[in-house]
Design a protein around this ligand. Structure first.
Ligand code: C5P
Length: 237
């Protein structure tokens, strides 16, 4: 649980991110999400730069490979001192456990091991697609809950999921298990291409541990004001 919404920095370059961050007072320490689009453009330097400005980082690279490769990659990621990072649960329990092992091994003395979470079924995957493409015969909800249990078994801290899946996941896992949820829209804002959205306050009520918000802040006329409003809605009891 963090009182700050995590801002998805979905921009094409460091320059664009720098211009966006100028909307915020330098004293406002943010929690930001760095995804694969920007990471593959700018490399790890983008994370070092954001950290040097005092921001916390969720590095959303969704690793999925053989356990040994993911373990080694996570050793490198740990050196970036991010707060949260992730893998695909479809990589299996052994891969997730290896990822965690790599993170622990790569974390310097005195630093906190990043929280490792798993992507279950992507929210862009429909139940029909899952049946056809993955030959998974159970319902989407069952598959998501199963992947969450696998992540828990591997020792992970939680999952990325739709706010609408949080209740089922909480039921399937321990009470500390994190649900990080994108697909958040303030009541009056445009939905864009997101289909199933909830407000920050609804996400809180449903039991989300963290919310990720992109366009309602990044595309706002006044990003700082929009951020503060979303933060207020997310932080209220
Ligand atoms: O702009 P918006 O608030 O829709 O951005 C949400 C962010 O969360 C984007 O970076 C998107 O890629 C990410 N995301 C998502 N749904 C998922 C996983 C990640 O919207 N299931």
């Amino acid at each position: 649980m963090d009182s700050r919404p995590i801002i998805a920095l979905d921009f094409a370059s460091q320059q664009e991110i720098a211009a966006f961050l100028e909307n915020f007072p330098a004293s406002e320490k943010l929690f930001v999400k760095v995804g694969m689009e920007i990471f593959y453009q700018e490399g790890p330097e983008i994370v070092r730069w954001l950290k040097s400005l005092g921001h916390d980082v969720f590095l959303d690279l969704k690793l999925h490979d053989i356990p040994n490769t993911v373990e080694k990659a996570m050793q490198g990621i740990a050196k970036l001192n991010v707060s949260i990072t992730n893998v695909h649960a479809a990589g299996g329990v052994a891969m997730m456990a290896a990822a965690l092992k790599g993170l622990k091994a790569g974390t310097a003395e005195g630093q906190t091991v990043p929280q490792l979470i798993a992507v279950t079924q992507l929210t862009s995957t429909s139940e029909d697609q899952m049946h056809q493409d993955q030959l998974i015969e159970v319902s989407l909800a069952e598959s998501v809950a199963h992947y969450a249990k696998c992540a828990e078994k591997a020792g992970l801290a939680g999952v990325v999921c739709s706010a609408l899946e949080v209740a089922d996941i909480h039921q399937a896992t321990n009470s500390e298990f994190i649900c990080l949820t994108p697909g958040i829209r303030p009541a009056e804002s445009a939905v864009g291409d997101q289909k199933r959205v909830v407000t920050p306050a609804q996400a809180k009520e449903i039991g989300s541990s963290y919310i990720v918000v992109g366009r309602p802040i990044t595309q706002a006329e006044n990003p700082y004001q929009s951020y503060l409003e979303i933060k207020k809605d997310w932080s209220k009891n």
